[in-house]
Write a protein that binds this ligand. Structure first.
Ligand code: PLP
Length: 352
């Protein structure tokens, strides 16, 4: 049989299994807050959506709405199938075989996955004990290995750590590498680099509708950078990459900014609630700037025990064994999660 290319011989891609659940807090997806509005508007197949025609390759209407939302000109935007496609496009465009991508560990697993697919080298600088990032250490590493791209998730998934803008600026001023800031969760924090794209020729910012907008199902993300970067990436991108329906839904969704802002506030309150309750129940919880919390528990197979109660959270292995990431849900989901944690904790105490 034909052998796959060398970089993929022991490859393990991103896996996402469908398992039964009552409450799903394992993928930071958020609530479908915009669906009602979108259904009310109704998909107007006859006029606004022509399924027989290819989509608008320039996503003109969508970029106009993104532009209003984020305050950047449409000429500085590339859109695609989630920020995942943007990450892949950046590697495709800029990183040759055997060149290096620098990031931190732990972080979003897809950076290393794409790196392997494209036969590039992935180097991760270790975070501090509390999962904060030592920017000097990162700059030193960058100067030592001269990576083609440095990619940082801010706030970081799965740790929730926020890198201050002054640290990112320091990095930009001390490297020639392309610096990519993945701001998938920035709506839940503050400290975006979006307004800096015209000040740094080597800066790319990534955003998505998958988290704060609760629209992971339509797969829409976007990239913000200066025109030079946008022009080349836009030519590398597959034609018509973003389908008609997703362009339409995303355009409508972005008009409902107020609803999203209210949702973000709800999530921040929920995050506070979960932080305190997890702590009360003896977990080691890390301060988070995203719509999720990372915590450590010495209860064996906590993820499995929660799954048996119908609640899914994210478990980790290897260096992060015993760590868990829970997405902030709505009030009743958060309460059900904490109730389950309390039951499990009580049961564990009974064992000793
Ligand atoms: C969820 C997430 C994304 C979003 O991916 P999409 O492809 O836009 O759904 C991007 N980066 C990080 C770090 C994430 O956690």
């Amino acid at each position: 049989m034909t052998q796959v290319k060398e970089s993929l011989i022991n490859f393990r891609g991103y896996k996402s299994k469908q398992v039964p659940y009552k409450i799903r807090l394992n993928a930071n997806e958020g609530k479908n807050i915009l669906l009602e509005d979108i259904i009310r508007e109704g998909l107007q197949f006859n006029e606004e959506i022509n399924l027989n025609f290819y989509p608008d390759n320039d996503a003109t209407l969508l970029k106009a709405e993104i532009s209003k939302y984020i305050g950047v000109s449409p000429a500085n935007i590339v859109v695609g199938n989630g920020s995942s496609e943007m990450i892949e496009l950046i590697i495709k465009t800029y990183v040759d075989k055997n060149e290096t991508i620098l990031s931190v560990v732990p972080t979003f697993s897809m950076y290393a996955v794409f790196s392997q697919i494209y036969s590039t080298k992935f180097v991760g600088v270790e975070s501090n004990e509390d999962f904060s990032i030592d920017i000097e250490k990162l700059i030193d590493k960058a100067n030592e290995i001269n990576p083609k791209v440095i990619i940082l998730c801010n706030p970081n998934n799965p740790t929730g750590n926020l890198l201050p803008t002054r640290d990112i600026k320091k990095l930009l001023e001390n490297t020639n590498s392309l610096v990519v800031i993945d701001e998938a969760y920035m709506e839940f924090a503050s400290g975006s680099m979006v307004e800096e794209i015209s000040n740094y020729e080597n800066l790319i910012v990534l955003r998505t509708l998958s988290k704060a907008f609760g629209l992971a199902g339509i797969r829409v993300g976007y990239l913000l950078a200066n025109q030079k970067i946008v022009n080349i990436i836009d030519q590398v991108r597959s034609p018509y990459n973003l389908n008609v329906m997703s362009q339409w839904i995303a355009t409508k969704a972005l008009k409902n900014k107020e609803r999203v802002i209210a949702y973000i506030e709800e999530i921040k309150l929920g995050r506070e609630f979960l932080y305190n309750k997890l702590k009360e129940n003896g977990m080691k919880v890390f301060k988070s700037h995203g719509n999720f919390l990372l915590f450590y528990s010495n209860i064996d197979n906590l993820g499995q025990k929660l799954a048996e109660k119908g609640i899914l959270i994210r478990s980790f292995a290897n260096e992060l064994a015993g760590y868990y990431r829970v997405s902030v849900g709505d009030k009743s989901e958060n309460q059900a999660f904490i109730k389950a944690i309390e039951e499990i904790t009580k049961n564990e105490k009974g064992k000793n």
